[in-house]
Design a binder for this molecule. Structure first.
Ligand code: T4K
Length: 355
């Protein structure tokens, strides 16, 4: 069996069956069913944020957040070039203009010192990413946003369970979004979450994700971004096992750290806690990465170049700017396999090849 960068966590199938029994009894398969509501309640408690909405994926969660923030076609949005392509895709898909701000070479998050020169009267929001679950400089972002009357929307796809200065990372900013894709540390197979500071925004979002219907009548523009009871059931099962999942990931993360910290540069963490979602390492140069990747692949091990290339360089995005730090990090970064069930013998093999 190949060793991939990650392997979705599957709970005990008997647990999932119990929820399936409930779905069969209720005959309520989707459209805000009881399991989706139960999952939202549990997530409110777990994440420590009251205003949230379960949606069909992390990509549409971003698009809903842009609508809620009142962003309009051609508005300029300051964002990071170091992320999964969905972050920029969603802006362009919505007719918004991404303005790339380079990243901090240590945290890999947006460099808040480089935002001010990029602001114009057309700038309406900032879209930073808590990369690999690392917290952005949320305080600096808050100050800039307040002074320049900008919305802050955090792409928190990787930041499940992260805290900053004693609070949930999702208490910062106007909106945050998460991905609950199968490859995430908490998942619902496919799924996502919209979190808002303002409670009224969630009522608005609930209409938006259900065709704009209100009391079954179309009252505003909307789309279908609901999620199903089957997805919610998976989320309820995975949430029950989260302590186990995080402990296992922590062990794997610490083992890599112990053996690789002197050989590779690692991301500097600036949140209160580490959710051990990813284990990125930085090579000194791209050629060394390519050589290591080849050797690992020959051994049936498939780490991933998250994130490559830097999003500002994508031709079909037509943005045409340079972000030297992001481009450099993208060329040298590799995310190692990390998932529940990865055994130490395999980790030893990975470490040996890398060394
Ligand atoms: N913002 C950020 C910052 C994100 O990272 C993402 C998604 C989003 C927004 C958008 O959220 P979603 O709309 O996806 O909810 C994967 C995930 O599909 C994607 O969710 C994630 N970020 C991204 C970082 O990673 P790929 O293209 O690398 O996926 P794939 O299919 O190559 O899978 C990765 C590895 O996992 C493979 O080596 C095989 C393994 N795998 C995967 C699946 C789906 C399995 O073993 N079983 C499986 O069922 O994007």
């Amino acid at each position: 069996m190949p060793i991939n960068v990650n392997k979705p966590y599957l709970p005990d199938i008997k647990k999932y069956h119990k929820y399936l029994d409930q779905i069969w009894q209720n005959n309520h398969l989707t459209n805000f069913g009881p399991l989706a509501c139960a999952l939202e309640e549990k997530l409110q408690e777990f994440l420590g944020v009251p205003n949230l909405l379960f949606v069909s994926n992390g990509t549409i969660a971003l698009q809903i957040a842009y609508k809620l923030a009142g962003l309009k076609k051609d508005d300029k949005i300051i964002t990071t070039p170091f992320s999964f392509v969905a972050t920029t895709n969603t802006l362009l898909w919505e007719g918004l203009n991404p303005v790339f701000c380079d990243i901090d070479p240590k945290s890999f998050c947006i460099d808040t010192n480089k935002i001010l020169p990029l602001l114009t009267t057309e700038t309406k929001a900032i879209l930073p990413v808590h990369v690999f679950g690392n917290a952005c400089d949320v305080k600096a972002l808050q100050t800039i946003a307040k002074k320049h009357n900008l919305k802050v929307i955090y792409d928190g796809a990787h930041a499940f369970g992260v805290k900053y200065e004693g609070k949930s990372i999702f208490e910062y900013g106007d909106f945050s979004t998460l991905s609950f894709h199968a490859t995430k540390l908490f998942h619902t197979i496919e799924g996502g979450l919209v979190i808002a500071k303002d409670e009224a925004m969630i009522a608005e979002a609930k209409k938006m994700i259900n065709f704009g219907l209100e009391n079954s009548l179309p009252s505003a523009l909307g789309i279908n971004a609901k999620n199903s009871e089957f997805h919610a059931a998976m989320g309820l099962c995975v949430l029950e096992d989260l302590d186990f999942i995080t402990q296992e990931r922590q062990k794997i993360w610490e083992y890599y750290h112990q053996h690789l910290k002197d050989d590779f540069a690692l991301q500097s963490l600036q949140a209160d806690n580490n959710n051990h979602h990813y284990f990125p390492i930085l090579f000194e140069e791209e050629s060394a990465l390519q050589k290591a990747l080849l050797k690992l692949n020959e051994a049936d091990i498939f780490p991933r170049r998250y994130f490559y290339p830097s999003l500002n360089t994508l031709k079909h995005h037509h943005t045409n700017v340079t972000c030297p730090i992001s481009e450099d990090i993208c060329s040298r970064i590799l995310c190692l396999p990390i998932y529940v069930g990865l055994d130490q013998t395999t980790q030893d093999k990975i470490i040996r090849i890398l060394k």
